[in-house]
Ligand binder design. Structure first.
Ligand SMILES: [Mn+2]
Length: 341
């Protein structure tokens, strides 16, 4: 529990940090804090959680890659939309990663392990990953649970990227690779269409943002992935190419969300008596040639093509066998076949 961690630190007088849970930059910043204060306590959360009452009520010694929680002593951040607030700000919207500023704030610039962590954060935050170890760390963090991320923070603080060879981080990199393999297989199975509209009715355990990126790499100009979360809940991921003329921010706004022109998203709640309305709204707005449904079937993942004009026609275009293996640490065994039904 986040609140328990934070209260524990306050009661025992340990330094307390708040860092972004979402990516390598936040996790690396947290590791830098732990490197400087090995007995310090880190709390990881996303930018929306920072507004919670107990987060605002507490005083944080160090905040990284997140908006102001209210009371902060030192803050390291590079988001132009986050306003400075801490007693001591290390704020630079031109910095490639918050970890660069965190290392400065914590006085770790001469530390070789810190330099490694900063470099990893810069490579991932600028999407220019040149080091294979950084790629592995990115995948490990992307698919790690919250508890696993705290372990990653501690391991990175102690050993830097050398921690990638030690358990349990090694297992997390293998799981990340396996799940990413699944993302690549799904992306390869979908057609090279200008506009792709995808519906995911069940949790697949993959990063849908990564799927939009992989599809754009393969030539799609405008991709929308709608993922069902619970009975009436949906999550939309939109990706648009820079010179395509498509606008994700505009589309996401129609569903009550927001973001950038090239990447945006929304949390959607369907009307009480029309629980599938978001799917058909998305189809009506994006007007794709077909709707692609990626779902679990038996122990596999299937990609089906639905022609919206003839709504009962479904064609299975991909079947990935043995999903359980993909979710575990072993490599995925893939078995592809096309079938007409
Ligand atoms: Mn960042």
């Amino acid at each position: 529990m986040r609140i328990t961690r934070a209260l524990w630190a306050r009661l025992t007088g340990k330094p307390l940090a708040l860092c972004d849970i979402g990516d390598v930059d936040g996790v690396a910043s947290a590791a830098l804090f732990k490197r400087r204060y090995p007995h310090g306590v880190v709390v990881l959360m996303g930018p929306n959680d920072v507004r919670k009452w107990w987060v605002r009520a507490l005083r944080w010694d160090f905040v990284a890659d997140l908006p102001c929680p209210g009371k902060a002593r030192v803050r390291a951040d590079h988001h132009i939309t986050n306003k400075p607030c801490a007693e001591e700000e290390y704020y630079d919207p031109n910095a490639p990663a918050a970890a660069v500023l965190a290392a400065k704030a914590l006085g770790l610039e001469g530390d070789p392990v810190a330099r490694e962590l900063v470099e990893a954060a810069v490579q991932t935050d600028t999407a220019k990953v040149s080091d294979r170890r950084v790629m592995l760390l990115d995948l490990a963090v992307r698919y790690a649970s919250e508890e696993e991320k705290y372990t990653v923070v501690n391991m990175l603080a102690e050993k830097g990227l050398a921690a990638l060879d030690a358990e349990p981080l090694k297992m997390l990199t293998e799981r990340g690779l396996a799940r990413h393999g699944l993302v690549l297989k799904i992306a390869d199975a979908l057609p090279r269409a200008d506009v792709l509209t995808i519906y995911v009715p069940t949790r697949l355990g993959i990063s849908y943002r990564m799927l939009t990126i992989e599809l754009q790499k393969r030539g799609t100009q405008f991709v929308n992935v709608l993922v069902k979360k619970g009975w009436r809940g949906f999550r939309l991921y939109c990706g648009a190419n820079r010179d395509s003329g498509y606008n994700c921010a505009e589309l996401a706004a129609k569903f009550g969300g927001g973001g950038h022109k090239f990447a945006a998203g929304a949390h959607i709640k369907a009307p009480l008596f029309k629980p599938d309305a978001p799917i058909w709204n998305l189809v009506n707005i994006t007007r794709p040639k077909a709707l692609y449904v990626i779902t679990k079937c038996d122990r596999s993942i299937c990609v089906q093509e639905w022609a919206p004009s003839r709504s009962h026609e479904r064609r299975e275009i991909l079947r990935i066998e043995d999903v359980r293996a993909a979710e575990g640490r072993s490599h995925i065994r893939l078995n592809l076949y096309s079938s007409q039904t």
